[in-house]
Design a protein around this ligand. Structure first.
Ligand code: ATP
Ligand code: MG
Length: 435
């Protein structure tokens, strides 16, 4: 499929280039041809006017510089209105004009073939001598100009053809490079769909089997099959969570996170999450503490989404820290940023897995994570949410010693309000040392 797209891109770009080259080539050729012919026309007209001094000079050939016959320079003729040649002092091989100048009201330029050469003619009314009017014809071969144009045409065609051949290679290379990220995104998407289908299939299979067993015992009271019923409920909860997670990620891919952004005091938010997760920590005999700096750390963000991130990270830390361990939520300022860290003293992540744990559905120990009800989407969602806040999420871990997840967010820029300034002033006055 991608090779077909690549060839199509090559085809289109070469076609566009061919069109552009043709247009430019035609424009160059036509402009130069007009310029050359205009130059010849100008000199023909100029010489015609110079020569038309004396009728006798012209008829007798005295007016011409070149008396040795026509040798490819300019030649002069006098013609009758019916095209008959009256004077041909340079003996040009032309018995009569192939048209009747008597019908021409104004001077005119023509191109004719004379002795196999292209010749440009300037023809103008000369005067009435005797009974009939006469016409002056000044001519010049334009073979040198045609040769120049021929050479230009060759250069344009050869250059254009070479350019097109080179552009096929160039377009092939560029299309290949442009397709790399698309190919990568496509295969990631396919992998995601395959993983999602697999994750959906497992609880559905359990549901199917459980309902089969339950339907065989449909006459029994529910209490008799309480365990099966609990399994059923658990799988439904898992499915519901999976659907919500998938929806969150799909929204993030589409850039459709509608964040309700406001000023959020991160450490207050962390304390709130810790308070709600303390029972879980107590149950696992892990101490869960917050370490906050003196001044509040305020960021611009969606409090619900930031809370969701903290829940994901603390949940991971608790899952992977054994009894007696410790999970710390620490916050600090770092220049114009805030660093919020979830530090655990748990089992750690093997270094070869560390770069991939943020990937969707990636789990170090698939079976163990599933036993905890995990699908491997937690860190991927946390990462997407932090990115939607223009922040960064990173992990460091030492096997056997613990893991630290760091969130970097920008400090909220506080625009000083009048009330705020008055408050500051009041507190400065209140705390001024008494002399
Ligand atoms: P879910 O979060 O969807 O319930 P999960 O916890 O398995 O499932 P993630 O939160 O994305 O998925 O974590 C991915 C994997 O990274 C986990 O399966 C685990 O192996 C590893 N991991 C994450 N946090 C920690 C941690 N604090 N200590 C050790 N391993 C961790
Ligand atoms: Mg998790």
């Amino acid at each position: 499929m991608f090779s077909q797209i690549r060839w199509k891109l090559v085809g289109w770009s070469v076609l566009v280039l061919a069109l552009v080259l043709t247009l430019v080539g035609v424009a160059i050729y036509v402009t130069l041809a007009n310029h050359l012919i205009d130059g010849v026309d100008e000199s023909l007209e100029l010489r015609g006017n110079e020569v038309a001094v004396d009728h006798h000079d012209l008829v007798e050939g005295r007016a011409f510089v070149d008396h040795g016959g026509y040798r490819g320079g300019m030649f002069f003729l006098l013609a009758a209105p019916d095209g008959r040649i009256i004077a041909n002092p340079q003996a040009v091989y032309l018995a009569r004009l192939p048209w009747s100048p008597g019908q021409l009201p104004t001077p005119i330029f023509r191109t004719i073939t004379l002795n196999g050469e292209q010749v440009r003619l300037y023809e103008t009314y000369y005067g009435r001598f005797g009974p009939s009017p006469q016409y002056l014809v000044v001519g010049q071969s334009i073979q040198p100009q045609i040769d120049v144009l021929g050479r230009l045409l060759f250069v344009l065609l050869a250059g254009g053809a070479l350019g097109l051949v080179l552009s096929v290679f160039g377009a092939w290379f560029l299309a290949g490079r442009a397709l790399i990220p698309i190919q990568k995104a496509f295969s990631q998407q396919q992998e995601f769909v395959a993983d999602a289908s697999h994750e959906l299939r497992t609880p559905l299979t359990v549901l199917r089997a459980t309902t089969d067993v339950l339907s065989r015992h449909r006459n029994e009271p529910l209490e008799a099959n309480q365990e099966l019923f609990d399994d059923l409920c658990q799988e439904i909860v898992r499915l519901e969570r999976l659907a919500t997670d998938l929806l969150t990620l799909a929204r993030s891919d589409l850039g459709e996170f509608d964040l309700a952004v406001g000023d959020v005091d991160l450490m207050a938010l962390a304390a709130d999450v810790v308070r709600r997760m303390s029972p879980l920590a107590t149950k696992q005999e892990v101490s869960l503490v917050v370490s906050a700096p003196d001044s509040p750390l305020v960021v611009e963000g969606d409090p619900d989404r930031l809370q969701q991130v903290l829940v994901i990270l603390i949940d991971n830390a608790l899952k992977h820290t054994s009894a007696g361990g410790r999970v710390t939520i620490a916050g600090k300022r770092h220049g114009a940023d805030v660093l919020l860290q979830v530090i655990d003293t748990g089992e750690g992540i093997p270094p070869e897995h560390l770069p991939r744990v943020v990937d969707r559905f990636y789990r170090v120990d698939r079976a163990r994570s599933r036993a905890h009800g995990g699908t491997g989407l937690g860190l991927a969602i946390a990462n997407s949410l932090i990115q939607a806040h223009h922040g960064q999420l990173s992990l460091t871990s030492t096997l056997g010693l613990g893991t630290t997840v760091t969130i970097r967010l920008r400090l909220a820029e506080r625009v000083p309000t009048l009330a705020g300034r008055l408050g500051d002033f009041a507190s400065r006055v209140a705390h001024r040392p008494v002399r």
